[in-house]
Design a protein around this ligand. Structure first.
Ligand code: PLP
Length: 378
């Protein structure tokens, strides 16, 4: 029975196969070690207020797509930070602070990472400086300030805010807790990714179904690579990994296609703000170049509609608060099922147990309200 007839014509922008795919647990766990993955779960699960985020079955969507299960990991319920990012930055801060005393923490952010870092610093009584570009909304800045951090606005884009963060941190001896890794900056991003793997540890206890496919949203690739590290450590069977990006910011897709880290030019920022990145982080590249099976890109056009479908119980029996970066995973699954070529390539069928990551809730409350109302109209 088709309950969502208007989704049957949704289309992705691009769908590509990774010809270099070669998943080896050992290779992944050399980049993010089992020791820090284990530590991440031990530490995070001991934090006050911790409980695993819900794993919701999107039964109504499944009536339409005819798979076995569609699971949605609802990160809107992650502590009170409303996104998976709560797991990464705060864990990295805690690990760094356990080795050095009286430090001041700094970071540059598009929003959610900075909130996590600020929260982690506040919990340990540390001063924290968060740099944001002019693209970060006041509503996101307000949320960061709630955790006692000083927010420094920088003219220009994310890259400019990061450069300013680096400059002032060097001058003042602040410790940068960034989620993006480069050749000379790997430890803290690896800790951040280890934090994200907690989602997979939880899922391994929340269902006894073998997950066959995971759709993973990507900006610089940190979340996707952190989840893959979790899969390498905690899952008995390796599912197909599908990376999802906005078509305006498809740096993972381009990198996989070119078999080298590729910087792209973003002509217009995507509404999926946290995913609007022009270049991958180094460690995620090393992981995803071998572990991503396919990449999908989608346009912004269905994001508002998806936010409304989630909220209005059209996909499951529960009303779900899914923000702009939660929508693309579900949209990509629908688009992949609509196209016989991709459905066959991915082997999506009545035996498939698909995992979607609902990365964030209404982390930006103002934008969420706008998108929800727009999605309900069209
Ligand atoms: C809120 C949010 N920010 C950022 C990202 C991107 O994460 P990363 O830059 O680690 O790939 C995502 C998901 O992909 C997200 O949901």
């Amino acid at each position: 029975m088709s309950i969502l007839p208007n989704i049957s014509n949704w289309k992705y922008s691009k769908f590509i196969k990774n010809n270099k795919y070669f998943f080896k647990r050992k290779y992944v766990l050399k980049i993010v070690s089992p020791k820090i993955l284990k530590k991440a779960y031990k530490v995070v699960s001991s934090w006050k207020g911790y409980s695993p985020t819900p794993l919701i079955s999107l039964t109504k969507l499944n009536n339409n797509l005819n798979l076995n299960n569609i699971f949605y990991k609802d990160e809107s319920k992650r502590f009170h930070l409303k996104s998976f990012k709560a797991l990464g930055g705060a864990f990295a801060v805690e690990q760094i602070a356990s080795k050095q005393k009286n430090i001041i923490i700094s970071s540059a952010t598009a929003g959610n990472h900075g909130r996590s870092v600020a929260w982690g610093a506040q919990r340990l009584g540390l001063n924290c400086k968060i740099f944001v570009s002019e693209n970060v909304s006041n509503s996101r800045v307000k949320e960061i300030k709630k955790f006692g951090a000083e927010v420094i606005r920088v003219k220009g884009n994310y890259e400019k805010s990061l450069n300013e963060c680096k400059k002032l941190s060097k001058k003042n001896n602040w410790i940068i807790v960034q989620d993006v890794s480069t050749q000379n900056y790997k430890l803290i991003p690896a800790l951040t990714m280890a934090g994200y793997s907690v989602m997979i540890k939880e899922i391994s206890k929340q269902t006894n179904q073998y997950i066959t496919h995971i759709f993973l949203q990507a900006g610089v690739g940190g979340m996707a690579a952190g989840v893959v590290a979790g899969v390498a450590k905690y899952f008995k069977r390796i599912p197909k990994i599908i990376i999802v990006e906005p078509d305006r910011a498809d740096c993972v897709l381009k990198s996989i296609k070119n078999n080298k880290m590729t910087k792209i030019r973003i002509k217009k920022e995507s509404i999926m703000g946290g995913m609007s990145c022009n270049e991958m982080s180094l460690l995620p590249w090393l992981i995803l170049k071998k572990t991503a099976n396919y990449c999908i890109s989608i346009s912004d056009t269905k994001v508002a509609k998806m936010i409304a479908l989630l909220a209005d119980k059209k996909l499951s029996n529960k009303s779900i608060i899914g923000g702009e970066c939660s929508a693309p995973g579900i949209i990509s699954l629908i688009c992949a099922c609509n196209e016989p070529k991709s459905k066959k390539a991915l082997n999506l069928n009545e035996k498939s147990n698909v995992l979607l990551i609902g990365c964030e809730g209404n982390a930006d409350t103002k934008l969420y309200k706008q998108l929800l109302s727009k999605g309900r109209k069209n």
